[in-house]
Design a protein. Sequence first.
Length: 328
Amino acid sequence: MSKAAQDELYIGVDVGGTKVAAGLVDQVGEIQRQVRQPMLSDRDAAAGLAAVRSAIDALLDRNPGTAAVIRGIGICAPGPLDPATGMVINPPNVTCWRNYPLSQEVEKIYRVKVRIDNDANAAALAEARWGAGRGYRQIFYATVGTGIGTGIVFDNHVYHGRTGAAGEGGHNTIDFRGPRCGCGKPGCIEAFACGPAIAKRARAKLSERTGQGAALLELAGGSIENVTTEMVGRACAAGDPVAKEAIDETVELLSIWLGNMIDLLDPDVIIMGGGVSGMLSPFFAEIRNRLPRWCINSRCQEIPLLQARYRADAGIAGGAALCAQESR
């Protein structure tokens, strides 16, 4: 690692239900090294903390001499949480932590400033500082994967709202008669357009249309139940009509939703990340073309819709961005 890269380093930590990823990130957002360790989410709070410590220690052990130049540790922790106090409140996927002062506990160990936030907020900040959002003041970020998360960044600061709970755009209802989302509300965009919802839509269409969707069925080994989101994307690219219809409906749903977000926020840019964003990126232009139907903002098509710089590593970069913001 060059001396210039070592002048200011941050540790970004991404905590999930089954893994902890940690990375060394330099002052221009380059991830220099990273490690992964299992997360012990079904044990007690101390075991969860030990998993985080194990990942950070493994990273430092593999990079001797870097501890002295670490300027902070940022953690993408599962919500709900309070970014102001560093408290993890009641995460459904990490049951070991309930009203747990994660920032405080990690600070005790490493004697550097620790910041926490949820993954979408942190990823949005990383894109604002180092990624597709550089040069824009007002950013709306959406991550589309197994769920849909969003982050709002104004002038390089995450908008948290009054209690820290702002930015839950994935749970914006677009059809009150729609399917019930995992959050308990009906008709959230997440219930319509996340990765599993896209696969579910394609499977339903295959069941209704015997003899159609041959390319998609072939990818699934002849079994409708085996259809995945990735297969839908591949089949669509190959011209499969059932897959194309499933994707087209997803594009329409996202256009409706983003029209609402534009009417609410009027951002300078919209950035899309997450595991499904690569599959959807060929349709970004089509989403923008459809926006005038769903948006009263007469200049909505001026807003760029961009793919995120950070995808699988968004949590690491996002954690580091939380620290970089603090050091300014």
